[in-house]
Design a protein around this ligand. Structure first.
Ligand SMILES: Cc1ncc(C[n+]2csc(CCO)c2C)c(N)n1
Length: 225
C-alpha cells in the first residue's frame, strides 16, 4: 500500500465532512451567500500568497533538479492559474487587486498558514510536502464531487470555481503532490511516517476550519482597525 493510500484512509472522514458543510453545499447548489464567498475569496488570496511561499521553500530544499522543478511549477500554478481565478472573481465584485492583497488574515487563515510555514522552515523536505498535501488534494476531491451535481458547472457565479478545481490541470497538481509525498516517505521509520501522517490530519482539520471561517464571516474578536 502506498503511503498516501494509508493517509487517505485516515483523513477520509474529515474530507467527507467538508461535503456536508453549509459553505460547500451552497457552492454546489448555487445558494451560497455572495458575502460569504467574497470573504472566502479575500482570505484565500492571502492564504495562497503564503502557500506559494511554501512551494518555494520546497524548491529551495529540494535535493535534485527534478523535484525542484515540480515545486517551482506548483508555485507558478498557484501564483498564476489559481490566483488568476481569484483576481477575476474580485474584478466581478469590484474588489481591486490591492484590496485583495491587503486583506488582513483572519485568525484561522493566520493559524493555518503559520502552522504550515513553521513546519516547512524547521524541518526537511518531507515536512514541506506533508503540509502541502491536504490543500491540493482535498480541493480536487471537493471539485470532483461538486462537478457531479447537475448544472453546478453552469452556475453563473460558482460554476467557474467548480470547473477550475475539477479540472485536469488541478488533477496533475494533485498527482504531483501525491508522488512527492510517496517519494519522500520511502525508507522512513514508522515513527517518522506517523508524524507526517499527523501533519496531514491537522491540515485536514484546518481546511474544515477555513470553510467554517468563510461561512461565519470570521474576523478577529475585537476589531481595532
Ligand atoms: C484554504 C485553501 N486550501 C486549498 C486550496 C487549493 N489549492 C491551493 S494551492 C493548489 C495547487 C496549485 O495551485 C490548490 C489546489 C485553496 N485555494 N485554499
Amino acid at each position: 500500500m502506498k503511503f498516501t493510500d494509508r493517509i487517505f484512509k485516515r483523513v477520509e472522514p474529515i474530507w467527507k465532512s467538508y461535503m456536508d458543510h453549509p459553505f460547500i453545499q451552497g457552492l454546489g447548489d448555487g445558494s451560497l451567500d455572495e458575502e460569504k464567498f467574497k470573504h472566502w475569496l479575500k482570505q484565500d488570496y492571502v492564504y495562497l500568497i503564503e502557500y506559494a511561499r511554501l512551494f518555494s521553500i520546497g524548491a529551495a530544499k529540494s535535493p535534485d533538479l527534478q523535484m525542484m522543478t515540480t515545486y517551482a511549477d506548483l508555485a507558478y500554478d498557484t501564483l498564476h492559474t489559481e490566483m488568476d481565478l481569484h483576481r477575476s472573481y474580485a474584478k466581478q465584485f469590484g474588489i481591486t487587486e490591492k484590496e485583495l492583497e491587503q486583506t488582513e488574515p483572519a485568525q484561522t487563515t493566520l493559524a493555518y498558514t503559520s502552522y504550515m510555514l513553521n513546519l516547512a522552515q524547521q524541518g526537511g523536505i518531507e515536512n514541506v510536502i506533508a503540509a502541502i498535501l491536504t490543500c491540493t488534494w482535498s480541493y480536487r476531491y471537493i471539485g470532483l464531487k461538486l462537478a457531479e451535481i447537475e448544472d453546478s458547472k453552469d452556475h453563473p457565479l460558482y460554476g467557474e470555481w467548480i470547473k477550475m478545481y475539477a479540472s485536469q490541470e488541478f488533477s496533475s497538481s494533485k498527482e504531483d503532490c501525491i508522488q512527492l509525498m510517496n517519494n519522500v516517505a520511502e525508507g522512513k521509520t514508522e515513527e517518522e511516517l506517523q508524524r507526517l501522517e499527523d501533519i496531514v490530519v491537522n491540515t485536514s482539520y484546518y481546511e474544515y476550519m477555513f470553510w467554517e471561517m468563510a461561512e461565519k464571516l470570521e474576523t478577529w474578536p475585537v476589531p481595532v482597525k
